[in-house]
Design a protein around this ligand. Sequence first.
Ligand code: 1GP
Length: 252
Amino acid sequence: MNVYKTILETIETKGGVYFILLDPDKIEHSSIPGFLKVCEDAGVDGFLVGGSLIVDGNLEASIELIKRNTSLPVIIFPGSVDQLSPNADAVLYLSLISGRNAEHLIGKHVLAAPTIKKFNLEAISTGYMLIESGRQTTAEYISGTRPIPRNKPEIAVSTALAAQYLGMKLIYLEGGSGADNHVPFEMINSVSNEIDIPLIVGGGIRNPNVAREMVENGANIIVTGNYFEDKSKWNQIKDFASAVHIKIPIDI
Ligand code: 1GP
C-alpha cells in the first residue's frame, strides 16, 4: 500500500480524511480489536500510532496487534527515534518546523533514517507545526520549543510555505494532545489557501462540528486522539467521520 497516494485519493473521493491517534500508553490491548472494528464500521480512514512520551506502552507490540485487526493504513506518528516498527504501513517523518531546535528539525531524522531504510517504511515528509493552544503541551515541553502564537496566521503561512518549498509532502498544524483550544479556523483557512500540499489538523478536537468547520476552512485530514480513550464515546466516532467526509451526504 502507498499511504500517501491513498491519502490523496481519499481527499479526492470523500472530501477529507479522518484519522484516529492511538497512544500505546493509553490503550488497553484487550480493547484494541473491538475499538478498531467500531472505527472501521464508522468510516475512519486510518490510524496514527505514537505519542510525545511513551512511558509504559510497547509501540512495536501495539502496532502488530493493530495491523492484525485492521486493513486500514497504520501510520507511525513518532514522538522519538525509537518509535519505529517494520509492521507499520508508513511513518510521518516529522520535522518540527515551528521550532528552532536543530535536533527536531534534522538531528533525529539522521538517527532514524537507517532504521527506516532497513524496515522499508514509507516515510512521509511532514512539516510539523505546534500552535499555541492555552497551557503548555507535552509536545512543547519535550521538544523544548515554543509554539506559533495562535493569533499570528501569517507566521503559520510563511512556515508552511517554506516547508512546501523544501519539498515536504504534508503540513501538520498541531494544537497538542488534550489542548485547551484547537487550532483556530482562521489559521487553518489562511494556511490552506496558500499551500498546495495536504493539511493535517489535530489537538483538542472534541466535537464533530469543529471537525467539519476545519474541513470547510481547508483542512484535508483531521486527527482526534484523547476523546475516544473513553469507551462511552465510541458511538460518536461515526459523527466525526461523517463530519470530515464532506463529499459524502450524511444519512439521517
Ligand atoms: C493529534 O495530538 C493530536 O494531532 C491528538 O490530540 O488527543 O487532543 O485529540 P487530542
